[in-house]
Design a binder for this molecule. Structure first.
Ligand code: ADP
Ligand code: MG
Length: 465
């Protein structure tokens, strides 16, 4: 069945991402980039994972050196996996060499290394940086972002410079970049002759350092002197880099003195930005400082409704409400969730129900859930089955005690981030293999026995709300 397979693969992709993150932490960036980043997940059939790599040489090396840790990390995520094999795929060859290229120029990996510091190039690359979907009309306005939105509109419609700079700040994924691109689109349309530059602070740094290296900082400065509107996104990345900060400050002052519009974004207010010189900090706060607050439920729902309509995704209102309740962190995650559901619904050709949603979005929902700990689980489960809490760690083995204990272990594995050995310890110093056994047993019973499954679901719901 296509549906089951692809659903599994989606989940496997999510697990693979987690596994890679853990491996990266363990082996460090350099090793990770050389050996793990190039591996892609190809398939998952009959509990067997197939990974692919671009060359035979890599395959051998990865099997020798990394397969065991891949396996062990993945098993922590998913006990069902029986085998992991690695194949070599032809189609990955190009990708592979690209990855190697990036590796060679690691020092400038964060930036596009093909861009020259000639002015045409800067301007070309700027326009291609703009996302055509980030327009004002696609931006949903509510209490948390109305000031930032109004300020952005005002800047893009004004003939003069209403406030300088406009400083937008807020947490990640709340729409800062979207608003900046929207300003650029709007100005381009209204006044095509105005020179607008949008760039990330990282890119600004890159151009600047490159200009230093090629000793043409004069040309560099010239380009910025010619713009009408300069937008620098995520300026927190400039903090601490002294020479870049200095140059940014000069450019910034020069433009403001010439009454050119500046728009800056950051993740914090000017006062709270770290590693920024005092004179810079105070100057950043001179104009209008507009923050985007964390989204309210109404705004989250509004955004979901608008996006759903655009996607034409056949996702019912109550599911949108569910998502708006559960995913509270930022718009990017909301969008991610919606896209995943839309893709799934179009694949299976029918509407999605709540069960499917919980399955498809397990990873996202988990991170926004209330955190439960092992003790709470043990308590709830004992109450539910009417046994003593102390029996969670006792050595009694009668079914009426052992089964709830297994359920509690299973829930601890699934609802907390504790490791198997840690869970074992908390259940009367049991071995981690006992926990594995419990997890497998409960999964098996959930699949076989509907009323058992309902019991477990009920417990999960109680623990998570
Ligand atoms: P930031 O730059 O603040 O980290 P982005 O501007 O990149 O966040 O926004 C993340 C995603 O969320 C983008 O796809 C953007 O279009 C979307 N988004 C954010 N806020 C809104 C909003 N109010 N209405 C519609 N989409 C939004
Ligand atoms: Mg951004």
């Amino acid at each position: 069945m296509v549906e089951i397979g692809s659903q599994d693969l989606g989940e496997m992709q999510a697990q693979w991402a987690i596994v890679r993150g853990k491996i990266r932490q363990k082996i460090g960036d350099a090793q990770f980039k050389s050996w793990i980043k190039v591996i892609s997940l190809k398939d998952y059939v009959d509990s067997k994972v197939t990974l692919s790599v671009p060359s035979n040489f890599m395959r051998t090396r990865i099997i020798e050196q990394y397969l065991d840790i891949i396996k062990s990390y993945w098993l922590v995520q998913n006990l069902k996996i029986n085998d992991i094999q690695i194949i070599v795929t032809q189609e990955d060859v190009n990708l592979g060499s690209k990855v190697n290229e990036v590796k060679k120029s690691d020092s400038s990996a964060a930036v596009n290394k093909n861009v020259e510091t000639k002015s045409e190039d800067i301007f070309n690359s700027i326009s291609s940086d703009l996302d055509s979907r980030f327009t004002f009309s696609n931006f949903i306005v509510g209490k948390p972002n109305e000031l930032a939105f109004a300020a952005a509109r005002r800047v893009s419609e004004s003939d003069d410079v209403p406030f300088n700079p406009l400083f937008l700040y807020g947490g990640v994924g709340l729409g800062k970049t979207h608003l900046m691109h929207a300003i650029a689109h709007e100005i381009k349309q209204r006044k095509p002759l105005r020179r607008v530059i949008y760039m990330s602070a990282e890119k600004f740094m890159y151009y600047f350092i490159k200009a230093l290296r090629f000793k043409n900082t004069v040309a560099f400065k010239e380009q910025f002197r010619n713009v009408d509107v300069l937008m620098i996104d995520d300026v927190q990345f400039i903090s601490g880099k002294d020479s870049t900060q200095e140059e940014f400050f000069h450019t910034f002052n020069a433009l403001i003195d010439q009454n050119k519009q500046l728009i800056i974004s950051a993740d914090k207010s000017p006062q709270d930005l770290e590693g920024i010189e005092e004179r810079m900090r105070s100057r950043l706060g001179w104009g209008l400082v507009a923050d985007i607050h964390p989204l309210t439920y109404e705004l989250r729902l509004g955004i979901l409704q608008a996006k759903e309509e655009k996607l034409n995704a056949r996702i019912s209102e109550n599911i949108l409400e569910f998502l708006a309740h559960k995913i509270t962190s930022n718009v990017r995650e909301l969008e991610g969730a919606l896209n995943r559901l839309a893709a799934f619904s179009s694949l299976v050709g029918r509407e999605i129900n709540l069960d499917m949603v919980q399955d498809l979005l397990k990873d996202l929902l988990k991170s926004s859930q209330r955190k439960v700990n092992i003790e709470e689980i043990q308590k709830k489960v004992s109450q539910h089955f009417n046994i003593k809490m102390s029996d969670m760690s006792s050595s009694r083995r009668s079914r009426t005690i052992a089964r709830p204990r297994q359920i509690a272990m299973y829930l601890s594995k699934n609802l907390t981030s504790r490791s198997l050995p840690e869970i074992g310890r908390r259940f009367g110093d049991r071995d981690h293999t006992t926990v594995i056994h419990a997890v497998k047993k409960v999964e098996e019973l959930r699949n076989k026995d509907d009323s058992f499954d309902e019991d477990v679901q009920l417990l999960i719901r109680m623990l998570e709300s």
